[in-house]
Design a protein. Structure first.
Length: 335
């Protein structure tokens, strides 16, 4: 029998999770919520996801637009084994889930304190086993953990310094900027380092961030002080054996995030998404115990597989993280 999943908030992340979850053999989406009858609500209907109004206050909007709903979140939640909360941050649904005794997963816009458990499949799948509430960390934090965690367990890490070159908005979002400026995040260090530590507390890491006028990806420039001297070939070999890291090469014409996204479109996944973290193999360098590398993050999709694994862990469907990751990846098309 498939576990029943509700998606509260069918936006950038919610719609991607709905597709990825429905593609899995052991789970199904039983409904998605929207506050407004936007094109995304229509798309949910077209894709066959039962549509619910997020609350009874919004029902009339859907009626007026002639868009059929199956009821409200109050009708959907009792039927679900777990709810994916993909609403904008601080929407305050926790009490509602608690009252119904439902398990829930939030996204990286929320603070760690909301759940007390922040998740990355490779780093702490086991910790989430049977848990009621989990937060899947943000796209940038997921990216950092994907490449740092294997280094940490294999070689040991003394310290990490990472600069996040952040996309200013998602591609659909015409309201945010900058559109012609570079904006340093003046809160130093940025929140990304502590966010990594919410999953791996012992990892010494400091981060800074800069917003740039692009919508397609984030880029990280990372410098790691390892505990051992290793070669760049060793590091590349380690990452090749790690799920959800993909290599790109400047020598093959991938010199920027633009070409990475072109490659992602060629991979023919849903929406041209790239679930893996893209690392430039010709950008990996070691000098003694110091490691330098660049990686790019598809902000709209790298957290998708982590959410699917979090469901398997919280609902105790699979004890082995690698087996869960393998299943997840197989059904969303990650080799
Ligand atoms: P979004 O704005 O694209 O989507 C949010 C959805 O929630 C919209 O469909 C909106 O209609 C709906 N919504 C708004 N208020 C609601 C309410 N009261 N009840 C139910 N639904 C409501 O936002 P998003 O980018 O998908 O972000 C969702 C979460 O995912 C945030 O925590 C964000 O930080 C995190 N996240 C976003 C990205 C990204 O790049 N977009 C990446 C990783 C994590």
């Amino acid at each position: 029998m498939k576990v029943k999943v509700a998606i509260n908030g069918y936006g950038t992340i919610g719609k991607r999770l709905a597709d990825a979850i429905n593609a899995q053999p052991d789970m199904e989406v039983i409904g998605v919520t929207k506050t407004r009858p936007t094109f995304e609500a229509k798309m949910a209907n077209l894709r066959g996801f039962p549509l619910y109004a997020a609350s009874k206050d919004f029902v009339s909007r859907f009626d007026e637009a002639g868009l059929e709903t199956q009821g409200t979140l109050d009708d959907l939640l009792p039927e679900a084994d777990i709810v994916m909360d993909c609403t904008p941050k601080k929407m305050g649904y926790k009490e509602m889930y608690e009252k119904l005794g439902k398990k829930a997963i939030w996204q990286g816009g929320e603070k760690h304190d909301l759940t007390g458990l922040s998740f990355n499949a490779m780093a702490n799948y086991e910790q989430a086993y049977g848990a009621q509430f989990v937060r899947v960390v943000s796209c940038n934090t997921t990216g950092l953990l994907r490449t740092l965690y294997p280094l940490y367990t294999e070689y040991g890490i003394d310290n990490v310094l990472a600069v996040m070159v952040r996309r200013s908005a998602d591609p659909w979002d015409t309201k945010r900027g900058p559109i012609n400026a570079i904006e340093p995040v003046l809160k130093v260090p940025s929140h990304h380092g502590p966010d990594v530590q919410s999953v791996v507390p012992e990892l010494n890491i400091q981060t800074t961030a800069v917003k740039v006028p692009t919508t397609i990806m984030h880029l990280h420039s990372v410098v790691v002080d390892l505990k051992k001297e290793v070669s760049s070939e060793d590091v590349i070999g380690l990452w090749k054996a790690t799920p959800r890291i993909i290599f790109v090469s400047g020598s093959e014409g991938i010199k920027s995030t633009a070409q990475i996204m072109e490659m992602a479109r060629d991979l023919c996944r849903e929406r041209g998404d790239l679930y893996e973290i893209a690392v430039w193999d010709d950008g990996v360098h070691t000098v003694g115990k110091k490691l330098y590398y660049y990686q790019a993050i598809h902000q709209e999709s790298d957290v998708v597989p982590e959410n699917v694994d979090a469901i398997r862990s919280m609902l105790e469907m699979e004890e082995d993280k690698l087996k869960s990751m393998e299943t997840t990846d197989k059904y969303i098309g990650v080799c």
